[in-house]
Design a protein around this ligand. Structure first.
Ligand code: FAD
Ligand code: NAD
Length: 463
């Protein structure tokens, strides 16, 4: 592999931060022979988040929804360097980045770049509500799913040591999900499926005492979906015996009790104390500390709150050569994998065009006479004009709601519709997720997990 481009100039160093939807989608489509490419992320794999809510209950095995970033890199035309590290600091005026091995050791390194793509995602938002960070589980990364799985099993096993109907047994068997966005709704549905379909076979006395509660501060769940789908999700929850507390905001958590206040119709609030055994916090996301550090550092980011402010080409405002995609960028689109994927795909094609622009700029400098210069300038102007603004194409939204039912906001070009309920939507949900899997290997593993569960039930042994 040569270090020179077709025009004989040294290849530029393109550094991508992250290994999630934005970064992996960009890498997958990138012509890596045009640059020296380095990926930096503390996570050495891509995580297929749409199926993460299925992992804690064993519907999907955690390893089935990951794809090593090196394996994605291997399928690109040229070599890619990967560093397992966190970006900790950026000196954007000197094109320099500090990275650190993701543990308490002080292994640090400086990385110089010509182009930087920030795709560091977001982190769960606790709104600084006391006790959430200490006692709740989250559902954002793979280790979270494994922790939730362990917590469910611990609560179930511990509960069986207490007499039937006792307060402590009831507490341990009260599983609470906070947040009625798609993460909370999908997980509550998956959890209830596990209780009804599997736990009820192995521990029927325990299963009948398990209570699943979903708490949402707003009047409805799935607020980003069409209105008819909120109602359907809520009806399905009622049929499925999932307790739904809407208009209820959690404001304190201890190791055993959740305190929340419910807004009443007359405007007053009622305080609730809910003893619980396992709590999953799905209350939304906020920028990572690295991203908020950039808000302060980069001139042009004054006023950034939800993500890095970017221009129509996803270039970070206030910089010359830093781009941002996915949940860490504020584009006015929702923070979804679908948006991050399209942004990553867009940057891959933009960077192919940019390599040609860099070559033309070098040619322009080398051109010796004005005639040659003007020809190169014309080609350069055409290449620059070829970089079109990013345009998001919404393909619809899907959410599982439990009991083999799903809701879907469907979009086909200019046609849009909603779909709810049984076999058809469930089939759309499953086939869309299979189609979205990043590799044939992942597709096969997910399909095998679904088949395994339908034949033998969920494997929920404690690891
Ligand atoms: P991520 O995919 O979160 O990737 C961020 C990457 O950056 C990670 O590899 C991380 O390790 C790395 N990183 C973090 N900090 C640093 C640092 N300092 N330096 C270097 N690297 C760093 N969206 C949908 O469209 N459809 C769905 O069905 C769907 N389901 C979801 C289910 C769940 C449970 C969750 C949590 C989210 C779901 N989403 C879904 C949303 C979707 O996952 C996110 O919008 C998407 O992951 C954003 O992509 P990203 O690349 O910005 O961030
Ligand atoms: P979200 O922001 O969509 O929902 C969080 C919910 O928690 C909100 O409805 C909020 O009102 C509620 N909440 C916050 N604090 C609360 C409190 N103290 N008490 C009670 N309720 C509280 O978060 P999410 O579901 O994690 O989704 C994050 C992003 O990922 C969204 O953009 C979402 O669209 C995307 N996502 C999509 C899918 C899908 O398409 N199937 C699945 C998961 C996530």
């Amino acid at each position: 592999q040569t270090d020179l481009t077709a025009a004989g100039i040294e290849k530029k160093h393109l550094v991508i931060l992250g290994s999630g939807w934005g970064a992996a989608s960009m890498l997958k489509d990138l012509d890596t022979s045009l640059y020296k490419v380095t990926i930096i992320s503390p996570r050495s794999y891509f995580l297929f988040t749409p199926l993460l809510p299925s992992a804690p209950t064993g519907t999907i095995e955690p390893r089935s929804i990951v794809e090593p970033i090196r394996s994605i890199a291997k399928r690109t035309p040229a070599e890619v360097t990967y560093y397992e590290a966190d970006a900790t600091d950026l000196d954007y005026s000197n094109n320099s980045l500090k990275i650190k091995f993701p543990d308490s050791s002080a292994v640090e390194k400086e990385v110089k770049y010509d182009y930087l793509v920030v795709a560091v995602g977001a982190q769960p938002s606790t709104f600084n509500i006391p006790g959430v960070a200490d006692y709740a589980c989250f559902l954002k990364e793979l280790p979270d799913a494994i922790q939730v799985r362990r917590k469910i099993l611990e609560s179930v096993e511990k509960a069986s040591l207490f007499p039937e109907g006792s307060a402590e047994r009831k507490r341990l068997l009260h599983f609470v999900v906070v947040g009625g966005g798609p993460t909370g709704v999908e997980f509550a549905g998956e959890l209830k499926d596990y209780v009804d379909e599997d736990l009820s076979k192995w521990m029927p006395e325990i299963a009948k005492e398990v209570k699943v509660t979903l708490i949402e501060a707003l009047p409805n769940v799935l607020n980003s979906f069409s209105k008819s789908l909120w109602t359907y999700a809520q009806k399905t929850f009622a049929e499925n015996d999932i307790q739904l507390l809407v208009n209820t905001a959690v404001n304190n958590v201890t190791d055993t009790v959740i305190t929340a206040s419910t807004k009443q119709k007359d405007g007053s609030t009622e305080k609730k104390e809910l003893p619980y055994g396992m709590l999953v916090w799905a209350g939304g996301i906020r920028p990572t500390d690295f991203t908020t550090g950039l808000f302060k550092k980069i001139e042009g980011q004054a006023g950034a709150r939800r993500g890095l402010l970017v221009d129509e080409n996803l270039k970070v405002k206030g910089t010359e050569n830093v781009y941002a995609v996915g949940d860490c960028a504020f584009t006015g689109h929702p923070p979804t994998g679908q948006v991050a994927h399209q942004e990553g795909h867009y940057l891959a094609s933009t960077f192919a065009k940019r390599a040609a622009i860099d070559d033309l700029e070098a040619e322009l400098v080398r051109s010796s006479n004005s005639d040659e210069k003007s020809k190169v300038q014309t080609r350069l102007d055409a290449a620059l004009a070829d970089i079109k603004p990013f345009k998001y194409n919404h393909l619809g939204s899907l959410s599982y709601v439990g009991a083999e039912k799903a809701v879907a906001d469907l979009v086909w070009g200019t046609f849009s519709s909603t779909s709810t309920g049984g076999a058809f939507t469930y089939l759309i949900w499953r086939s869309s997720y299979i189609a979205m899997c990043i590799s044939a290997r992942m597709r096969a593993l997910v399909a095998a997990d679904w088949l395994k569960v339908s034949l033998f039930g969920r494997d929920l042994t404690k690891e």
